[in-house]
Design a protein around this ligand. Structure first.
Ligand SMILES: NC(=O)c1ccc[n+]([C@@H]2O[C@H](COP(=O)([O-])OP(=O)(O)OC[C@H]3O[C@@H](n4cnc5c(N)ncnc54)[C@H](O)[C@@H]3O)[C@@H](O)[C@H]2O)c1
Length: 327
């Protein structure tokens, strides 16, 4: 079975490609490279530079490589940017996904694993968050993912041979354990890389947005899942999907860590001092967001290996440190 990975030159997609290739699976990558890196895809993996919404190109790739399933990572991913440029996000994330679905129909590819997000839950009021919680996103990014989930479910209802798993990621973090692959966003918006960059002196400081939340230390709580564990769930999902099935799975560790705990972890792992600036709360930041991932654990037999924050941070620290100070 050849698996088409969309967005395979990005952070998570490139880790998935590496894991698939490492498991001896046939894989082909498409990416338009506006936010990804060609160098993140191994030279021996077939790569096509194209937009996921380009139906003709996608059908051609699917036919040429005898694709049987898709892992669909390609999307724009910044909440803040989506608020400023909603049309860009609906166009790329929803429009692109509809192009992919049209191409899958035409090429007879009926199995897809989709990168969804905890942002579909908006501001949940009960924790941990289960898949049954209400889905009321609070920004265009979250809505764009919600809309794709809706389209997948409608496609499944329309065609009994179609199947999908929408994987709702919480905060994806860490890098390949051997330091060969990492996270390289520009601009970077994720907390762990930002704290590491501050530890390395490549940023002046890290800003803590609010210390007056109703949490044990007053800073926001989030759920950090290692990128390799996340990718392992994709392999389990793609192999287990049966025609006619549609699943939504939360992917998180199920243990919250506060912003302050992340800063403390990076300080511990790096041995460096981190300058912290106190900021106001940001509108739309839920005080806590952490997963009940028991359905994924039970139905997919998913067992994340990284359950401690320091272990996740160590893999990210190694990647950023070695890129700054090559041996
Ligand atoms: N990183 C996280 O914590 C997180 C959390 C929840 C969900 N997600 C989802 O996971 C997926 C991957 O995220 P990431 O952090 O690796 O992002 P990323 O920006 O590193 O990777 C996305 C890749 O998709 C490509 N891409 C975007 N739009 C495309 C298009 N129209 N056609 C072709 N290629 C396109 C980009 O060039 C990039 O290489 C996204 O769908 C994102 O919404 C990520």
């Amino acid at each position: 079975m050849t698996i088409l990975v969309t967005g395979g030159a990005g952070y998570i997609g490139s880790h998935a490609v590496r894991q698939l290739a490492g498991a001896g699976r046939q894989v082909v990558v498409i990416d338009h490279l506006r936010r990804g890196h060609r160098s993140a895809v191994p030279a021996e993996v077939p790569f096509h530079e194209c937009d996921v919404g380009d139906v003709e190109a996608l059908v051609d790739v699917m036919r040429r490589h005898d694709v049987e399933a898709v892992m669909h990572f390609a999307a724009y991913t910044s909440v803040g940017e989506s608020v400023e440029s909603p049309v860009l996000y609906y166009g790329n994330n929803v429009g692109g996904s509809l192009g992919l679905l049209a191409a899958m129909r035409e090429a007879g590819v009926r199995r897809v694993v989709f990168s969804s997000t905890a942002a579909v839950y908006g501001m949940p009021d009960a924790f941990p968050v289960a898949e049954t919680a209400a889905t009321t996103p609070i920004n265009p990014y979250g809505w764009s993912k919600w809309m794709v989930e809706r389209a997948l479910e409608d496609e499944r209802a329309a065609d009994p041979s179609f199947c999908y798993a929408a994987l709702r990621y919480f905060n994806v973090a860490g890098c390949a354990a051997d330091g060969s692959l990492g996270e390289d966003h520009d601009p970077e918006t994720h907390l762990i890389p930002l704290v590491i960059l501050a530890a390395l002196g490549r940023r002046e400081s890290i800003t803590v947005f609010g210390r007056d939340y109703p949490t044990p230390d007053g800073t926001c709580l989030r759920d950090y899942v290692h990128v390799d564990d996340l990718c392992a769930a994709h392999l389990l999902a793609v192999d287990q999907l049966q025609p006619g099935e549609g699943h939504r799975y939360n992917l998180g560790i199920g243990r919250p860590y506060s912003v302050q705990e992340v800063i403390d972890s990076v300080a511990r792992v790096s041995g460096r001092t981190i300058a912290v600036v106190e900021g106001d709360r940001r509108p739309g930041d839920p005080p806590e967001l952490w997963a009940d991932a028991t359905v994924a654990r039970r139905e997919l037999s998913w067992e994340p290996e990284y359950t401690e924050l320091d272990a996740i941070v160590e893999t990210a620290w190694r990647w950023f440190r070695d890129r700054e100070e090559p041996a």
